[in-house]
Design a protein around this ligand. Structure first.
Ligand code: PGA
Length: 253
């Protein structure tokens, strides 16, 4: 059985190198716990080296985004070969906060291909902006998955992970996270879309994670009842204690 996956999306936090060091120092205390999972930390790029140096023994490095640009000269861009040289193994692609800045599913699909080409596993974020009673959000989700994975072969899609993160559930209080029962339905739907695109065997091999207001109070239920293989955690990954409690929930599934 593959280990449960726990991805820390630090976004643009902590706000100083000293705070990063303090957080990593606290996280290291539980390194034996984290080694029982597949833990990834996606820090702001400026902290990649600090995280690589201090967390390399219990977590793998992830990027919060990746460029679709081919080899070339681009002022201000951190290219994928640089990410790779730091040991980045996974990249969050198409996060709703980037999509809100105008990133289309077409660009997401280019980024997914660029990640695969660099040997970095893309964690492709999908999720509806709102829910409606007649289920139209499922159609939105279907199109978003199809377009974000456009052009991938059956073989290459086996290196992709999906993060289901409905935008309406991100950055809220824990009680506003998606109820586990509804999550389970969405996960079944995503698997069906993937099955239609790539066949059942390939679809079953693609890990689906949930993200959106995960914290220690809801992580256990989400893992037990939501049908997911792991979690993508924002705010609650910035406190060593809450991250530890979430990690324990993943093991108790
Ligand atoms: P949150 O963020 O856990 O703070 O809701 C999750 C995310 O945006 O990936």
């Amino acid at each position: 059985m593959a280990k449960p996956i726990l991805v820390a999306n630090w976004k643009n936090h902590p706000s100083s190198q000293d705070e990063v060091h303090a957080l990593l120092k606290d996280l290291i205390r539980k390194k034996l716990l984290y080694k029982r999972l597949s833990v990834f930390i996606a820090p702001p790029l400026a902290y990649l080296e600090s995280v690589a140096d201090r967390a390399g023994k219990f977590a793998q490095l992830a990027a919060q985004d990746i460029t679709e640009l081919p080899k070339g000269t681009y002022t201000g861009v951190v290219t994928n070969d640089i990410l790779k040289s730091f040991g980045v193994k996974l990249a969050i692609v198409g996060h709703s906060e980037r999509r809100a800045l105008g990133e289309s599913s077409l660009v997401v699909s280019e980024k997914v291909k660029a990640a695969l080409k660099s040997g970095i596993a893309p964690l492709v974020c999908v999720g509806e902006k709102t829910r409606d009673t007649d289920g139209e959000h499922f159609e939105f989700l279907r199109m978003q998955i199809k377009e974000s994975l456009a052009g991938l072969s059956k073989q290459s899609v086996t290196s992709v992970l999906i993060a289901y993160e409905p935008s309406w559930a991100i950055g809220k209080s824990a009680k506003d996270a998606m109820p586990a029962g509804e999550l389970a339905q969405s996960v079944i739907f995503i698997k069906k879309v993937l099955t239609d695109l790539y066949g059942r065997k390939v679809a079953e091999s693609i890990p689906i994670l949930y993200g959106g207001s995960v914290d220690p109070s809801n992580a256990g239920e989400i893992m037990r009842e939501g049908g997911v293989k792991g979690l993508l955690v924002g705010r609650a990954s910035l406190k060593a204690k809450s991250f530890e409690e979430i990690a324990l929930s993943l093991l108790q599934k």
